[in-house]
Design a protein around this ligand. Structure first.
Ligand code: SF4
Ligand code: SF4
Length: 72
């Protein structure tokens, strides 16, 4: 029961670490890491997300979605 957060990267929009990497730089709780040439979400850290939206603001390609979900 409770609330959880899902952080998703749309890889058809993301231009990768070399061309951008904004999400990895701005997240204050290190939810994004470099995974070769792409960013990746550390799934076990998703719950640390503070919903600050810094990553969404940094992502000029509109590739990041933060969702607040509820489970019963
Ligand atoms: S909303 Fe904030 S805390 Fe959550 S993943 Fe984005 S930058 Fe990190
Ligand atoms: S900020 Fe957006 S475009 Fe840039 S690396 Fe992260 S997900 Fe990709």
């Amino acid at each position: 029961m409770g609330e959880f957060i899902k952080v998703e990267i749309n890889f058809s929009r993301c231009t990768g670490i070399k061309g951008c990497g904004g999400c990895v730089r701005v997240c204050p709780v290190n939810i994004f890491v470099e995974n070769g040439s792409n960013p990746a979400v550390i799934l076990e850290n998703e719950d640390e997300c503070t919903l600050c939206n810094l990553c969404v603001g940094a992502c000029v390609h509109d590739a990041i979605t933060i969702r607040r979900l509820y489970e019963e």
